[in-house]
Design a protein around this ligand. Structure first.
Ligand SMILES: Nc1ncnc2c1ncn2[C@@H]1O[C@H](COP(=O)(O)OP(=O)(O)OP(=O)(O)O)[C@@H](O)[C@H]1O
Ligand SMILES: [Mg+2]
Length: 283
């Protein structure tokens, strides 16, 4: 790398992958997302946080085109993608996991992960009937890729077990593996730490960092502040569908509006917390 290139890299921010501009959606009279805008750059982990019902999952459904926004624009690498069919969004390299685990219960870990690539297989229906050499080659390549992803997420030893028989933390990793096999450029994770114990949530932090460092952008909804504060580069906070704050984890942790939004809606176990812990965002 020349000095000129090095200077350019340090001055110019990384490429913007996803951009939401003034995005909104209503369900009947309810404004679930309202005038929302933010960006996600390459190799960046953006956290989207907010109290229950704030509109976080709805934002994911807007990005993946499950819902069509009533206002605003969603752009992928500078091109408007608002309203495209969900499969087109997936083909562009945007992959997601769901708030509740969705794995095929009759499939092994390997099969569940391989299923994540089905859109990329070039095979035609008649090739399936004839079992052509193209099909055999693609199947072989798919299995090789699935094995490589399993290695990456420490799942190789359980490749042939039924996915749903694994401990919760490993099931969450299977979901992640299923997004990675599609070689995505943006991975959207809806509460990946839900149900994980402390050790599993630490391991998740390391996994998320490794995915980011491989050049993938990540958008993360998460209530577990250990994960949010330790892996995100940038945080967007929403309440009642509107952005109320945006910044680095350090800025967000001490933002009075954010603290108020969270304290306005205490957790069930809030009583058990010491008063000084209640003042921060579960720091
Ligand atoms: N399809 C829908 N039809 C009607 N209302 C909806 C629909 N989807 C979401 N909502 C409403 O929109 C609001 C935002 O919901 P959303 O699921 O996005 O919140 P969230 O931030 O993901 O909450 P949580 O932290 O509990 O997962 C809620 O009031 C919810 O009831
Ligand atoms: Mg949600």
């Amino acid at each position: 790398m020349t000095t000129q290139q090095r200077v350019k890299e340090s001055v110019e921010p990384r490429e913007t992958m996803l951009e939401l501009e003034n995005v909104g959606i209503s369900f009947g009279g309810l404004r679930a997302v309202d005038g929302l805008g933010f960006k996600i750059r390459r190799s960046e982990v953006v956290g989207l946080i907010g109290p229950n019902g704030a509109g976080k999952t709805t934002v994911f459904n807007l990005i993946t085109s499950i819902y069509r926004p009533t206002d605003g624009a969603i752009r992928w690498r500078g091109k408007e993608i608002t309203g495209l069919p969900p499969y087109r969004i997936a083909e562009m390299g945007i992959r997601r996991t769901f708030q509740t685990i969705r794995l095929f219960s009759d499939m092994t870990v390997l099969e569940n992960v391989a299923a994540g690539a089905h859109r990329q297989i070039r095979q035609r229906w008649w090739q399936g009937l004839l079992n052509t050499s193209t099909q055999q080659k693609e199947e072989r390549e798919l299995l090789e890729r699935a094995h490589a992803v399993l290695e990456r997420l420490d799942l190789a030893a359980v490749a042939n077990e039924l996915a749903v028989s694994l401990p919760y933390g490993a099931q969450r990793r299977v979901e992640l593996a299923r997004t990675l096999i599609a070689e995505p450029e943006l991975v959207i994770l809806d509460e990946p730490a839900a149900g994980l114990n402390d050790q599993e949530s630490e391991e998740l932090n390391a996994t998320i960092r490794a995915i980011r460092d491989s050049g993938i952008a990540i958008l993360l909804v998460e209530h577990d502040m250990n994960v949010v504060m330790n892996v995100t580069d940038h945080i967007v906070v929403i309440n009642f569908g509107k952005k109320i704050a945006e910044g680095t984890p350090a800025e967000i942790r001490t933002n009075p509006q954010v603290i108020e939004a969270y304290l306005g809606q205490p957790d069930d176990d809030d009583e058990a917390q010491a008063p000084e812990e209640k003042r921060g965002v579960a720091i």
